[in-house]
Structure formats: C-alpha cells, structure tokens
Design a protein around this ligand. Structure first.
Ligand code: SF4
Length: 398
C-alpha cells in the first residue's frame, strides 16, 4: 500500500463547491444526494470538446495527425451517443444544437490556431494522480495535457469552454493549475519551470502563468486552511448566486424550493398558497410601516418646531404627555465614510484612541463636550466633525 492511499482525498472542484455554496457541498459530498439532473449542457459540451482534443493528441503521439473532419465526426458521434434528456439547458434562448455547434467552432479554432501541434512534446493526457499535502491530506490531480517544452520547462495545458475570459490577475491567483504544478515538480526532477496554460476555447485565447516556490508554499498552506474550514463546518448554509441556475440541488434547496413549487401554478392557485399569502401580507405591512415611519418623522419635526416657537419642552395630547429632548452633538464620520481612516490616525497620534472605545463616535462626541480634553486636542479633532442635533421624544400616558 502506497503512502498516499491512506490519506484523505480532496480535489480542486470539491473545495470550489465548498467556497461557492456550503449547502451544495453538503448535498454532494456528505449526503451524496442523487438528482434527476445528470449534467448541465455546458459541462456536457465541455466533456465532448475535451474528449476530442484528447483524441487529437493521443493520435499525434503516434505521428498520426487527424483531419479536422475526423475530429468533427468523433465529436458529433459522441454527442449523439451520450446525449440524454436529463441534461439541463438553463438558457431558454439556446438549444442543444446551438451548444453542439459552439463546441465544433471551438475545436475548429483550436485546430487552426495550433496545427501542426509541434509547440511542445505531449507527455501525458488526462493524467490522474494524487499529491500529498501533508501526513493527512492529498489532492486529486487531473491534467488535461502535460507537455515538455524542452530545457526543463514543463507545460500544464487546461481547456476551458466557459463563457468568461478571466483577467491575468485572476489566472495568477488560480488554485487548480498551481496545485498541479506542485505535482509536476514532485514527479519530474528535471523540471526547472512549470508553465500553466489555459486555453479559453470560446475566445481562441490562451492565458499563461507561473508560480514561484514561495507562492506554491503559500498555496499549500491556504489549501490546508481551507480543508480545516471544510472539516469544521457544521451549518452548511445556502449561498445564493448566479450559479444557482446551474445547481442540480435547486429543487430541494431551501432558498429556492418554495419558489419552484409555486412558479408554474395558475394565478388563482398561486395566490392561495399559504407561503405566497403570508409573504404578500408581510410585504404590504412593511410598506405601510415605512409610510407610517415617514409620517411619524414629519410629525416629530413639527413637534420640535412647535416646542421652539412656544418655548416648551413638554407637549400634551388627550391621553399622552410628550417630553421633547434634544442635544447638540459633534457628528463624526462613521466607519464607512471616506474620512474615517484619517480621523482614526489623528486620534491615535494624539494618544486618545483607547479613551474613545476604538473610535466609537458617540464616545468621541461626549469627550468633545467634556472638559477632560484640552482645547488644542479638541481643535485638532473638530475639523472632522460637524454640529448636529439629536432629538428624542419620550411619551407617557396621562
Ligand atoms: S441552489 Fe444555490 S443556494 Fe441552493 S444549494 Fe444550489 S448553489 Fe447553493
């Protein structure tokens, strides 16, 4: 038994699922829930394109260059054989045929771009293995194509069929291929450099990145920290995002289950649903409360105006007595205001930071009104503030 066989295994996509939505991670990797949705059309098309490019290089390793038509035939045949009704098409405006043609275009563009495919010597295709992170964990490795570019330079090629082209910055921070480069360095002792190459087939573009030894050491630490988070997680809350449209667990997910259960109902039945009825009631009440709050604020302003005009601080109604209370305060920028950092530095420089509870702006305002701080200190800080008036009304039944 090899050393790695006793280690607990994770993969980049498993960790990615956890990062995207903890609940979908639980459904998939802990509960192992099977769904009616076998695959998404995007993933299906991606697999067909990967298989076709794998065949291209498999034959090239034996000096046989397949024609574009032979690749198209392989792709179309596999598409027809593997297609099933359980494959989800999210975008209503597109058909399976549109996706099939998109895959063909990707293969054509790739072929025309790289033929005669002599940029580097292919060493392995769809290579799978594990990379030990420490004495407990290993990461699954699956490299689309590994190539030797000579002089100790290895290339990890990854085919992407997604619809978005990442920036160089994103590619430089990518975990997947960087992780694979750890494995390459471990396996091929003559490796001086490992180039990470993504082929974004939708755009006929490649993005290249590399990692230093320091960056790879950091990466290992980050992955182990993430695994720790995974293993300590107990709540597995749903995290809704654009990805939900492609999530096979959407029909059972608490964030979507109710919506999906009523969305196709006729209006009458929809309105009779208990959830819909309660949600509507809550929404209407919230709107009413917001309107009343606005009305109340207007009456409060009028009461203070009345108090000022009549020089009174207590106003009575039929059953109520209202005590009007107000105080002038120095209003300081809050944590989200642009001047907050400068204020913080200034208060720290004056050695007063701890006296105002980590810059609680109410505490700051109180100090400005008290004799504890010298006029010089107040003058330095005053420029961050403006005068404001806090108003409160205390009602009592009479
Ligand atoms: S539908 Fe969205 S929120 Fe629900 S499990 Fe899937 S990804 Fe998570």
């Amino acid at each position: 038994m090899s050393f790695t066989s006793s280690l607990k295994s994770y993969s980049h996509s498993r960790l990615g699922t956890f990062e995207n939505c903890r609940l979908s991670y639980k459904y998939k990797y802990i509960d192992h829930i099977e769904t009616e949705i076998e695959n998404t059309v995007e993933a299906f098309m991606g697999s067909r394109v990967h298989d076709t490019l794998e065949l291209l290089y498999k034959r090239l390793m034996f000096e046989k260059l397949l024609t574009l038509q032979e690749l198209f035939d392989f792709y179309n045949k596999a598409w027809d054989k593997e297609w099933s009704d359980g494959i989800l098409i999210v975008r209503d405006e597109l058909s399976a045929e549109d996706y099939r043609k998109t895959g063909l275009r990707m293969i054509r563009d790739y072929y025309n771009h790289y033929q005669p495919f002599d940029q580097a010597r292919t060493i392995a295709l769809e290579n799978q293995d594990f990379y030990p992170l420490d004495d407990n964990y290993k990461m699954h490795i699956r490299i689309d194509r590994l190539a030797d570019a000579g002089d100790g330079v290895y290339e990890i090629h990854d085919y992407k069929t997604s619809n978005t082209l990442p920036t160089q910055e994103k590619a430089d921070a990518d975990r997947q291929l960087a992780l694979y480069s750890l494995w390459v360095r471990d396996q091929y002792k003559d490796a001086k450099k490992v180039r990470l190459i993504w082929h974004y087939l939708q755009f006929d573009k490649e993005i290249v990145s590399e990692r230093s030894d320091e960056q790879l050491a950091e990466l290992k630490k980050d992955i182990l920290a993430l695994i720790k988070d995974v293993e300590q997680e107990t709540e597995f809350k749903p995290k809704t995002s654009a990805l939900c449209s492609w999530c096979a667990f959407k029909p059972i997910c608490p964030a979507w289950k109710h919506e999906l259960s009523v969305e196709d109902k006729p209006v009458e039945d929809f309105l009779k649903d208990d959830g819909v009825r309660l949600a509507n009631e809550y929404d209407q009440l919230s709107e009413k409360i917001a309107a009343l709050e606005q009305q109340k604020a207007k009456v409060r302003d009028d009461l203070f105006l009345f108090g000022k005009q009549h020089k009174v601080d207590t106003v009575i109604g039929s059953d109520v007595k209202l005590k009007l209370w107000s105080m002038k305060v120095h209003k300081f920028p809050g944590k989200r205001d642009p001047d907050f950092e400068e204020l913080k530095m200034t208060v720290k420089a004056l050695g007063k930071y701890n006296e105002v509870s980590d810059l609680d702006t109410f505490a700051l305002s109180r100090k400005m009104g008290s004799p504890e701080w010298s006029e010089d200190i107040k003058k330095t800080i005053r420029r961050f503030s403006h005068e404001d008036e806090v108003q409160r009304i205390y009602p009592r039944k009479r």
